[in-house]
Write a protein that binds this ligand. Structure first.
Ligand SMILES: Nc1ncnc2c1ncn2[C@@H]1O[C@H](COP(=O)(O)OP(=O)(O)OP(=O)(O)O)[C@@H](O)[C@H]1O
Ligand SMILES: [Mg+2]
Length: 268
């Protein structure tokens, strides 16, 4: 693949694909156990919230999804809000499944949101609805121009700190989701949630809009802290809602069914 231009102001030059994707077509995450639970992967074009408390593996899971996609020829884009993309790449380099060439050849596109804000001339602390329109248009242009098939936003929570009103978050997600679905781009949107909360998203409005929710949390068992994963919802497919133990390993994410029994302290 040819290296893309990172110029965010560039207008879409390529023909926009008209038809929406077949919802039953799958976008394999490349994480074998997760794809098995989902019957082959996330329905293509779905927008999925990856929610969890600190250190539960949200970024790792999402980056593996992008890397595995890039390996299959599906160009991925990471929109990073809090962590500088160089640091993310450094962390990613410690995983065996990552190859730096994926960035060099444009299979993986990294966008630093603060840099994009600067380019777009956003200088106010809070984003107005006009700013959000401009941001959506920039993302739209990037996704269509570069032919992005997998998108990750890390994280919507951080992006939301600059969006005061819940209805603006709702509108932003709705419009982004429609746009992505039209071009068959599957997205993982990371949401940071407090432990032991009833919510699946930071603001509480996101969970009804997205097509799917993958919930990650820490649980204590016999003194150890385990990472666990559960699929709360996924439109367009039947799936297990059982609890799985997640292992972050140098070769990627491994999952195993969570065995019942033993004392558990959920939601750390
Ligand atoms: N090369 C590696 N091999 C195995 N595990 C690793 C490796 N690098 C990092 N980890 C594990 O990944 C964890 C961090 O996971 P990750 O950053 O995906 O979580 P997160 O939910 O995004 O966290 P945060 O809420 O801070 O953004 C580390 O605490 C460490 O246990
Ligand atoms: Mg993270």
């Amino acid at each position: 693949m040819e290296a893309p231009s990172p110029d965010v102001t560039v207008a879409a030059r390529e023909r926009v694909e008209p038809a929406g994707p077949n919802k039953l077509e799958r976008c394999p995450t490349g994480i074998e156990a997760l794809d098995n639970i989902l019957g082959g992967g996330v329905p293509r074009g779905n927008m999925v919230l990856v929610s969890g408390s600190v250190g539960t593996g949200k970024t790792t899971l999402s980056l593996e999804f992008l890397v595995r996609g890039a390996e299959r020829g599906e160009r991925g884009m990471l929109v990073s809000v809090t962590e500088a993309t160089e640091k993310l790449v450094q962390n990613l380099s410690t995983f065996e499944f990552f190859r730096p060439e994926l960035i060099a050849d444009g299979s993986l596109v990294l966008v630093d949101l603060p840099a994009l804000y600067e380019k777009l001339g956003f200088d106010r602390e809070q984003l107005s609805s006009e700013d959000l329109d401009i941001l959506l248009r920039s993302l739209h242009d990037l996704i269509r121009t570069l032919g992005i098939k997998r998108l990750v936003i890390d994280s919507l929570t951080s992006l939301g700190y600059r969006i005061q009103r819940d209805e603006h978050i709702r509108d932003f997600l709705l419009r982004l989701g429609e746009d992505l679905s039209e071009v068959g781009c599957t997205s993982l949107i990371i949401s940071e949630i407090a432990p032991q909360t009833d919510r699946y998203s930071s603001r509480g409005v996101e969970e009804a809009i997205v097509d799917g929710i993958i919930l990650l949390y820490n649980t204590r068992r016999l003194g150890d802290i385990l990472r666990v994963l559960q699929i709360v919802k996924m439109r367009g497919t039947a799936h297990s809602r059982a609890l799985y133990v997640l292992e972050l390993t140098p070769i990627g994410i491994l999952m195993a069914p969570h065995l019942k029994g033993g004392r558990m302290n959920e939601g750390l």
